[in-house]
Design a protein around this ligand. Structure first.
Ligand SMILES: [Zn+2]
Length: 56
């Protein structure tokens, strides 16, 4: 399954999740389209939530 969530700001092409550049115009994609950024956000969010609920 191909997930296309974000659109390129330059050419409006919908690029795939996780790619670092637009498949059409090869401009860099949004920072949120990087797997490591999403992963870090999820881990950090989970960690803060765990701290908030007193699990850590
Ligand atoms: Zn583009």
């Amino acid at each position: 399954m191909k997930v296309r969530v974000f659109r390129c700001k330059a050419c409006n092409h919908r690029y795939r999740l996780g790619v670092s550049q637009c498949g059409y115009c090869f401009r860099p994609t949004a920072l949120w389209n990087r797997w490591w950024v999403l992963l870090t956000a999820v881990v950090a969010g989970g960690w803060f939530a765990a701290k908030e609920f007193g699990l850590i």
